[in-house]
Design a protein around this ligand. Structure first.
Ligand SMILES: [Zn+2]
Length: 69
């Protein structure tokens, strides 16, 4: 399951974008290396389409593409 870092508007708190990761460890290190505040464990998301972990490049299988037709 996918882990997310949430990018939010600092004034309104609106969710602007999500950064996907393959694991909580990648989420943590991405934040550490980019000077971002680690927001805590944020996993178990179903990513809709196949994507790459922004930290290590591991492919994240999209749930909608995982269903065989
Ligand atoms: Zn990763």
């Amino acid at each position: 399951m996918t882990h997310y870092y949430f990018i939010t508007d600092t004034l309104t708190g609106d969710l602007l974008d999500v950064v996907p990761f393959c694991s909580d460890g990648c989420h943590y290190w991405y934040c550490h290396e980019n000077g971002l505040e680690y927001q805590g464990w944020n996993g178990c998301h179903e990513h809709p389409y196949t994507d790459e972990c922004r930290e290590c490049g591991t492919l994240i299988q999209g749930v909608e593409e995982a269903v065989a037709c």
